[in-house]
Design a protein around this ligand. Structure first.
Ligand code: FAD
Ligand code: ZN
Length: 468
């Protein structure tokens, strides 16, 4: 007779790395504190062979596995369900940089490496790993790939998918697929890595990845520009793309209310520009150094001021000031969390459709939910907005969410359709948007997704109830 699951898990990873579930909020509760689960066990393997052994033990016992990295996901995909029947597999101990190939511009890392540590390891070799998001101090490469994370550099470098050349994955059968490859060209059949990227832990456990690097730019210079309307922001984007080309690495937009929340909850943060309906953060990276970057920015923003699509500008003068400008942008989600629960939307639209979508949808929301606050900010350069709806001032955020989330979502997601938009740009589906996916994705696409899930994970071992 097979040993009980606990004994097998302890044999696989060592007794100290198997924690009984319950009262482990770091693993069982998500970053937003919206999902409170309970794990059967939290299991913390130290290498790929241990992950494979855990998967085999769980498969034999018929116990589901929830993979977890930094637990910063925003759609409830990485916390166990409430019944205490799922094993939470934390990859955090797997945090080795396995290899850096400076000539090939690649780096192979364990899946549990924290994104910031990967950026730093690249920087120490004079190289850049461009993926960047506000959660980078905690999120892991495995989680970034499992969610195909976006962030602030997608405009220039693409999302996590575009930065990954190879993967190592533990399959539902407990086998190890070694697809770690530093090749930029390899047309030998189906490109399996792309199945696992963005699969949110439902098809396999990512245990390592080979990532693309780039030379470190000589200078990275942000600037802020104040705009009167989203139309003006879009006009500024077109000018910036035309003038800076690949040198334009970031184009973020921040609505007035978003920055007001930052001022309220982080009053010590400097506000270099007066309040405006929209503030754009542009970032330029190039190999020519700071002076050239400033000259280019001055020419671009000078023209934009003259054309009237920009009212006011400030260009970072120092590294400290550059950090402060980004800090402002990155503090918005934190300020929102301080303000209370809100209804988050992570939407994508063609950039050209964004002004009309916002005008129409803002008006619809105000008509149906008078007084709601639209905390609108995000990656305008990628056509990706965090179009968040916060309860009216003074109202209880949790209550507003409980009563109105479904109706608000339906209104916003229906409004996306005529513009060809997406209801999940970069955060994924998880538990939060599973029913929306079922309702809004084409039946043909859903059928193919279910066929892939059934082929790779016939037992439904990985992350059941998430995504599909
Ligand atoms: P987790 O939260 O641990 O897991 C996320 C999902 O991936 C879960 O479904 C989990 O089961 C699965 N998973 C995790 N590791 C593995 C693995 N090794 N193998 C298989 N499946 C796995 N996201 C963006 O895209 N862009 C942003 O700009 C952005 N900004 C953010 C800002 C803040 C302040 C916060 C809190 C989050 C933000 N996010 C953003 C969301 C989040 O940080 C990303 O989704 C991130 O990629 C998740 O990584 P993680 O290691 O924390 O994954
Ligand atoms: Zn984002």
């Amino acid at each position: 007779m097979a040993a009980p699951l606990l004994q097998q898990l302890q044999a696989a990873v060592g007794a100290a790395q198997v924690l009984p579930g319950g009262d482990l909020p770091a693993y069982e509760q998500d970053w937003r504190r919206r999902w409170h689960g309970r794990a059967l066990y939290v299991v913390r393997p130290g290498d790929t062979a241990e992950v494979a052994a855990v998967v085999r033990a769980c498969a034999a016992a018929g116990v589901a596995i929830v993979p977890q990295g930094g637990n910063t996901g925003l759609v409830g995909g990485g916390v166990p369900s409430a019944e205490g029947q799922q094993v939470l597999l934390s990859l955090q101990r797997m945090n080795r940089v396995r290899q850096i190939d400076t000539a090939n511009l690649t780096m192979t890392v364990d899946a549990g490496c924290v994104l910031q540590a990967v950026q730093q390891a690249a920087a120490e070799r004079g190289l850049l790993f461009p993926l960047s998001l506000a959660a980078e101090g905690s999120c892991t490469i495995g989680g970034n790939l499992a969610t195909n994370a976006g962030g602030t550099q997608v405009l220039r470098w693409g999302n996590a998918r575009d930065l990954c050349l190879g993967l190592e994955v533990v399959t539902a059968q407990g086998e190890v697929w070694d697809g770690l490859s530093g090749l930029r060209k390899d047309n030998t059949g189906y490109d399996l890595r792309h199945l696992f990227i963005g699969s949110e832990g439902t098809l396999g456990v990512i245990t390592a990845a080979t990532l693309k690097l780039a030379p470190q730019p000589a200078a990275t210079t942000p600037a802020l520009a104040a705009c009167q309307s989203l139309d003006d922001c879009v006009a500024l984007l077109a000018r910036a793309q035309a003038r800076l080309g690949a040198g334009l690495t970031g184009f973020e937009v921040m609505g007035r209310l978003a920055l007001q929340l930052v001022a309220r909850h982080f009053p010590a943060l400097p506000r270099p520009l007066p309040e405006a309906p929209w503030t754009v953060l542009l970032e330029q990276s190039d190999t020519d150094g700071l002076d050239t970057a400033r000259t280019r920015f001055e020419a671009l923003l000078g023209d934009a001021l003259e054309a009237g699509c920009v009212q006011d500008v400030v260009i970072a003068e120092s590294i400290a000031q550059a950090r402060a400008l980004w800090h402002l942008r990155e503090s918005i989600p934190l300020a929102q969390a301080e303000e209370g629960l809100n209804i988050k939307h992570d939407i994508a639209l063609p950039v050209s459709a964004i002004p009309a979508f916002c005008t129409q949808t803002d008006a619809l929301l105000q008509a149906h939910f008078p007084g709601v606050r639209l905390i609108n900010f995000g990656h305008l350069g990628d056509g990706n907005l965090h179009y968040n709806v916060q309860a009216p001032p003074g109202a209880d955020g949790a209550r507003f969410l409980a009563e109105h989330e479904h109706a608000v979502n339906t209104l916003v997601f229906d409004a996306l359709r005529p513009h060809g938009g997406s209801f999940s740009a970069e955060h994924g589906i998880g538990s939060l948007k599973r029913d929306e996916l079922a309702a809004r994705k084409s039946p043909v696409a859903l059928q193919m997704m279910r066929a892939i899930k059934a082929a790779l994970d016939p037992q439904g071992l990985f992350n059941p109830g998430r995504v599909l």
